[in-house]
Ligand binder design. Sequence first.
Ligand code: BES
Ligand code: ZN
Ligand code: ZN
Length: 495
Amino acid sequence: MSLFKLSTKSYSELPQGQAAYIFGIFSDKGLPAEFKAAHPNLTQQIELALENGEFKAKLNQSLVLYTPTCNTARRYIAIGLGESEKYTADFLRQAAATAAKKVLDLKLTTLAIEFMGESYLDTDDAQALAEGLILGSYRFLNYKKSEDEYAGIASVVTLSNADIAAAMNYGMHVSAGVALARDLGNHPSNIATPTYLADTAGEIAKTGGMKLTVFEREDFEKLGFGGIQGVAQGSDVPPKFIIMEYRGGGPKAKTLGLVGKGLTFDSGGISIKPSAGMDEMKFDMLGGAAVLGIMSVVAEIKPKLNIIAVVPSTENMNGGEAYKPGDILTAYNGKTIEILNTDAEGRLILADGLAYITDKYELDGLVDFATLTGAVVVALGHRYSGIMTNDQEFADELIQVGKKTQDRVWQMPLDDEYAEDIKSKIADIKNTGAAREAGTIAAAAFLREFVKEGTAWCHIDIAGSGWHKKGRSYLPAGPTGAGVRLIMELIRSWE
Ligand code: BES
Ligand code: ZN
Ligand code: ZN
């Protein structure tokens, strides 16, 4: 991930000769007076385009203009901001992403940006602007040979009188974490193995002064990690149970727990998946990727609180020792699980993760992220993550930060009676719910059995939101990095 140089300047300090000058226009407001005064020739062109109806300044519309009389830049790119009454910072995040994509198409490197006249950006806007630029220009080209020497955007100067550099910087750090999560998802399963995730955690831990512990297959037996042990049995690729401890707060600071499903390839196991689309199951570690993305931002910005992160990581394969339908596994908290479908493996590795983290650490809140069920895609599509909880106040906090960041979560119920759906005749519980009924909730009801009583917990199913088939604004096709911006905002509100 290449990041570019960001700076803030006022009109009079604006450097000349930029490759592009990018500016935003509300569809109902036209050009700001300062702009008209500074660029009369451009104003004429844009007003003509508006008059002709070819450019309506709708959100994410763009128009490239060339004018010999303005020498600030080689070209000017107008971006629609939509209706001013509906404006939120996310409009700017989207508009910046649209601009970034246009800039990549044209292979430009140096940009000046004036989004709403020079004085109107507040800190949320500035953060969103930086996020839109970086997330919108995200590409994953690691495995493509290319003669093209274009290396992406090199520098961005934002016009503003307000001091927005810190907010833009913050947005840049958060976006780098999102990009890391996306990269981890994009790497295929033969590269992004559990060992690769553990090594990535090691690098993050080093940067952030965190404690790292990694348990191996040989440790699972004596630790009592029957869930991950069972799932990992069918794969020769070494599984890892990754634990990171960040202590940035004093004695009174809160402690947040994070658990992420790091299933690096889900074949379904003996209950094998259909072959069409099976390649997408390299994304089954996006929960773990979100957690590592979050920890990478934490390592840079060092917030004043404590965070414990756990990523159980393995493949789900069909080797000779693979676990089978009918098998019974015993998780870390001693509960026995009847396996009725080896494709419901995520909940098994999370069972050990949740039981372990709530046994060993005093947490003020625990969030797990997992590409857990196909059912959540049916229910919510790719726009929202599904959230389920044992603590409504905690879920409300996440719903709130979800609205603010537009890393959105939608709540599904988790009444106690859903526990009936996972009752087993032969063991404490089974790893499937009632056939074709509330699959996402049944998975959450299963997970709840492994969260120690009294810990406020939210389960976030990102099977839909974690990756997109079709790109949209700052969310490209492929992994989205869902969860990173959400938790970074929660962390900020907890500091
Ligand atoms: N990794 C899948 C869930 C998934 C499906 C993620 C589609 C992304 C897109 C998970 O391990 C799984 O296979 N779940 C099963 C559970 C079922 C067997 C109870 C499912 O959702 O079908
Ligand atoms: Zn599965
Ligand atoms: Zn899975």
